[in-house]
Write a protein that binds this ligand. Structure first.
Ligand code: ADP
Length: 462
């Protein structure tokens, strides 16, 4: 059913209250009937007892005297109570006219006891106490009847009130339920209204937290925490876009200005060659930057599509070292590799791991002056493979060690200025390591060199 919560709550409230009222009235009815029965039983028993005392007092004075006393007693009872008394032989000593008209005769008692039953006498209902009493050696059969009509009328009146009150009470309950559920849903409506107004322009706005420490407060706080996370990601994306545009503008401007100056007048072939070489170099840097930006954008979108397969780091590092040696040749740097004698297996994407290692070796070469040294070391313990890329380069200030893994962060910009780069390499390296369930960290001494540590979980074997 597609009903609003408020309608559902009201319906539920009415149903529960309606059922409660029905159960309540049913119990009252039961109690009322029980109480009527007890009252009329008591009343007829008292009458029977009165007759017994009368017989005890007058039995010795003869039947006529007993009859007269019983008649007087019957006349004395103003509430419509009746009686009939028979002696041992079954001869009636007294019978109220209603008993006389009743047919058939009422049942007789065998033992010395009292029994109760309800019967119609002369078209009215009576509760009858039937007793067998022994007075001065003689046994008397007594029927003392009390009319139940006044009680039945009271019960009927009660039932009429019940029937009229029930729908009224349910109607009242539905109004009350509707009002109550509306009141308790008010904070939800406020949340909806505020949430509808929050957009990219005012992501810093938060939902009003309700005072009581209940589920709604918990919900609001959870939504506010979610908004804070969305705002942080939004700011990161905005910052990323701004930084990316800024870093792309410079090489594009260099290419454009170089071409414009070269074309301003005719020049010797050597000068055109110079200009084209600068344009080519800058274009290569720009396409590297674009490649890195694309990698990070794919990483953010969770669409990196890495193919995790068993990979022997030992064999792989040899290939990387060869490529590193080509990079290092220009600056007369030496690159050495230290690995164990056995294969070191991890589960990983070969292209991504290759890229990760090249980023570190490229940095080691970039930030190490001529004649320096770079060492790649691989080791393994029970559950981790450890790769350390160490150089004797310019080092990283301690204050920058934490932030160099952030996007567009370059340690000590003044010193990094001469070296090309946008500050994206280590951000990509960290992302690749995390995707492989590993960690990356750096230690460095300014002016002495740096070590980058990568730890990756090992897999059993190929
Ligand atoms: P990029 O090298 O393009 O600037 P990276 O993300 O690879 O970007 O590195 C971030 C910064 O960390 C670099 O700008 C540099 O300041 C510092 N850095 C990285 N590797 C080294 C290293 N081996 N020696 C000294 N500084 C380094």
């Amino acid at each position: 059913m597609n009903l609003a919560i408020r309608a559902r709550l009201t319906f539920l409230y009415c149903a529960v209250l309606g059922l409660t009222f029905v159960a309540f009235f049913w119990i009252c009815d039961l109690g009322f009937r029980h109480s009527i029965e007890t009252t009329v039983n008591d009343s007829s028993r008292t009458n029977l007892e009165t007759v017994r005392r009368l017989l005890a007092n007058t039995a010795s004075q003869g039947d006529e005297s007993v009859r007269a006393e019983l008649r007087d007693l019957s006349n004395l009872w103003a509430n419509g109570a009746l009686l009939e008394v028979a002696d041992t032989k079954g001869t009636w000593l007294f019978r109220s006219p209603q008993f006389l008209r009743a047919s058939p005769s009422l049942p007789q008692l065998a033992a010395n006891d009292i029994a109760f039953f309800t019967t119609n006498l002369d078209s009215s209902q009576y509760r009858v106490a039937l007793g067998l009493v022994e007075v001065a050696g003689e046994r008397f059969q007594i029927h003392a009847a009390v009319p139940t009509e006044p009680f039945d009328q009271a019960l009927d009146r009660f039932r009429i009130i019940e029937k009229e009150a029930l729908p009224l009470l349910v109607l009242l309950a539905s109004f009350l339920g509707y009002w109550l559920s509306g009141k308790s849903l008010q904070p939800v409506n406020r949340i909806i209204q505020t949430a509808e107004q929050i957009g990219a322009q005012n992501l810093s706005r938060r939902l009003e937290v309700p005072e009581p420490r209940d589920e709604l407060r918990h919900l609001t706080e959870t939504l506010n925490a979610m908004l804070a996370r969305i705002e942080a990601s939004f700011q990161r994306i905005t910052q990323f876009t701004a930084d990316a545009s800024h870093d792309l503008r410079t090489p594009v401007a260099v290419i454009r200005t170089t071409a414009e100056i070269a074309l301003r007048r005719s020049r010797p072939a050597e000068e055109y060659k110079d200009a084209l070489s600068r344009i080519l170099l800058t274009s290569v840097e720009t396409s590297d930057l674009l490649e890195n930006l694309l990698t990070l954008a794919r990483a953010d979108a969770g669409a990196a599509g890495l193919e995790m397969l068993p990979l022997d780091l030992n064999a792989h590092l040899r290939k990387v070292q060869e490529q590193g040696a080509v990079l290092a040749a220009d600056k007369s740097l030496s690159i050495t590799l230290r690995t164990p004698d056995v294969p070191v297996w991890v589960r990983g994407d070969e292209i991504a791991i290759h890229r990760l290692l090249l980023i570190l070796i490229d940095n080691a070469v970039k930030y190490t002056p001529h004649g320096g040294h770079c060492e790649i070391a691989l080791s393994q313990n029970q559950d981790h493979a450890h790769i350390a890329v160490k150089d004797t380069g310019i080092g990283i200030p301690e204050s920058d060690l934490d932030c160099i893994f952030e996007r567009f962060r370059r340690a000590d910009r003044a010193r990094s200025r001469e070296t090309p780069g946008a500050g994206l390499g280590l951000a990509i390296a960290r992302w690749i390591t995390q995707m492989h369930g590993g960690t990356i960290s750096a230690e460095s001494t300014l002016g002495m060199g740096s070590v980058f540590h990568i730890r990756l979980p090992v897999s059993a074997s190929a």
